[in-house]
Write a new protein. Structure first.
Length: 558
């Protein structure tokens, strides 16, 4: 009995321990510096710096903890749940890099555990292990920013919870509480990013496929949608209580929709007919796998996750043709969920790398259910051909898992942590921004008061690492504003006017132009600021500027 219990503990503990160790490579140098523990193959240099999204959310979290309000004092274009999650983490651990690195670890561990439990309940122990191993590798893939604290991790966990609750309902179909909870989890995910509304579609499709618009499917869909609306109602009540519901509506509903529809693709982006697949490419090589040719955008799948992308449609077909009872077909629900995740990637039309993280949990579930389908096929096979086909299916899954492990070991585990961002994410600037931030902190520590920092661009790491505040709520130059600041836009023009008004009133001591400054900002800088010697000023006006009355003190010998 004791041995059986130990085996059960090891079954769950070992994959979770592997996940923690695997992800910790990203910040292994910090662990080594603090503890002397050198438990990774490569521990050198510094930990990977935060990317622009992590830094923006961390900055917003620090401001929220100090009393500022979302949308009123800090503009962003997603619902508030993810920002609140960041704020809770910063309130507990402080506004530093290690807090941001660790905050998503419990969420990812719970997602891995839930995938394992779901596959164990629906399939078998081997299928559970296969699914968890796939998830560990896919969810940490640096090519899709998986080793960071992107909000997709939180969305993934909540959507996995939704699927698990629905499958729990389907095993009995008498306890409507589980379908209510499925809707609740999907609603929570949608309060992180609006696109998770599509998480309802797999459940609704499965219900109506079974009862053909019967009373039962209508009743269940009403319960599901009721669960979905509960988090929405709570969020609205909080926003009303904070007196920022109007600002939230303008950002989350109006501006985000305009940004998705009105942000033009880059001039060198791949054709739209297959850009949903290639996403963004690597500007250093510009090479895409045959037959796609060349591009100047980052290719996520042609590097880290391509073995899974290659096999996933075949796994989906296996679940489609797998024999199930009419009332209970968990594989079909997973198939619908896989299609919904692709819709979440495609419909916004932006194709940023981290969107493809949404495929990690459902791909792991596809692998686990397919493993069980191959096992069942072998057990029920009536001839050698069927047995051989099932065996080859399991071997193919193991080959894909091994190939994925090899790629992630070579391109993640054996790469120094600080180099991950510049090698795979186009984030060499984030390394430089962290160093620049440390220099700014050193030069301003004796200032009588914090100078304030305006960032025109996506360089939010400056705000996070310096601990300085932007003079306005528009601290992050979004794609729509970047695309229209010269020619004007009905939504961006008033925001630029508000931004300039706050700059004139608060006169930040430091201004960094990561993007080409618009004319009014450029004229203001020429009148009241001097270019810093820390960074060269480009002919288009990009670079670091210091207010004239602070310039001598900022550049004084130390």
């Amino acid at each position: 009995m004791q041995l059986t219990k130990l085996k059960s503990i090891a079954f769950w503990f070992m994959p979770l321990l592997l996940l923690v160790w695997w992800r910790a490579h990203t910040f292994a140098p910090d662990i080594y510096r603090e503890t002397g523990l050198k438990a990774w193959p490569v521990v050198e240099g510094r930990s990977e710096p935060l990317d622009c999204d992590e830094s923006a959310y961390g900055y917003m979290a620090r401001r929220q903890v100090s009393g500022d309000v979302l949308y009123k004092d800090l503009t962003e274009y997603k619902p508030p749940a993810g920002y609140w999650f960041y704020a809770v983490a910063v309130a507990i651990g402080g506004a530093d890099e290690i807090t941001i690195r660790l905050m998503m670890l419990p969420v990812i561990l719970l997602n891995c555990l839930l995938i394992g439990i779901l596959l164990l309940k629906e399939c078998s122990k081997p299928a559970s292990i296969v699914g968890m191993l796939f998830f560990i590798l896919l969810s940490t893939d640096p090519f899709v920013f998986g080793n960071g604290s992107n909000l997709e991790h939180l969305m993934n966990f909540l959507m996995t919870c939704s699927v698990a609750c629905y499958l729990k309902y389907k095993r009995n179909e008498t306890q409507l509480l589980w379908i209510l909870l499925a809707g609740l989890c999907a609603g929570l995910a949608a309060m992180v990013k609006q696109v998770c509304l599509l998480g309802l579609l797999p459940i609704i499709a499965d219900q109506f496929l079974l009862s053909r618009f019967g009373k039962k499917s209508v009743k269940n869909s009403v319960v599901l949608i009721s669960g979905f609306t509960l988090p929405v109602i709570v969020v609205i009540i909080v926003l009303v209580f904070q007196n920022n519901i109007t600002d939230a509506r303008a950002d989350v509903l109006e501006y985000s929709r305009a940004m998705a529809a009105g942000t033009p693709p880059d001039a060198k982006a791949p054709p739209s007919i297959y850009r949903w697949l290639t996403g963004n490419s690597d500007p250093r090589s510009g090479r895409l796998p045959w037959p796609f040719g060349q591009t100047d955008w980052l290719v996520w799948w042609g590097a880290g996750s391509w073995p899974v992308l290659l096999i996933s449609p075949f796994l989906a077909m296996i679940l489609l043709i797998r024999k199930n009872t009419n009332t209970y077909s968990p594989g079909r629900v997973i198939l619908f969920h896989w299609l919904a995740c692709w819709m979440m990637i495609i419909l916004p039309g932006l194709y940023w790398q981290h969107y493809y993280l949404l495929l990690a949990p459902v791909s792991a579930l596809l692998a686990g259910f397919s493993w069980q389908a191959f096992s069942n096929g072998n057990a029920s096979a009536i001839n050698s051909f069927q047995k051989t086909a099932s065996l080859l299916g399991k071997i193919s899954l193991l080959v894909v898992l091994t190939g994925l492990g090899f790629i992630q070991t070579r391109d993640y585990l054996l790469v120094p942590a600080e180099k991950l961002t510049s090698k795979y994410k186009g984030g060499a600037q984030w390394v430089s921004l962290r160093l620049m931030s440390e220099e700014i902190v050193s030069r301003t520590k004796n200032f009588p008061e914090k100078p304030g920092l305006e960032v025109w661009g996506w360089q939010s790491p400056l705000l996070f690492y310096t601990g300085l505040d932007a003079p306005n709520r528009y601290f992050f130059t979004d794609p729509l504003m970047k695309a229209n600041f010269q020619k004007g836009h009905p939504l961006t023009t008033p925001r630029l006017a508000e931004l300039m008004q706050s700059i004139r009133e608060k006169r930040p001591g430091i201004v960094f132009c990561g993007d080409i400054p618009f004319d009014e900002l450029k004229n203001y800088l020429q009148a009241d600021y001097l270019p810093s010697t820390l960074t060269p000023i480009t002919p288009t006006g990009q670079g670091l500027y210091i207010r004239k009355d602070l310039y001598a003190q900022f550049h004084s010998p130390r």
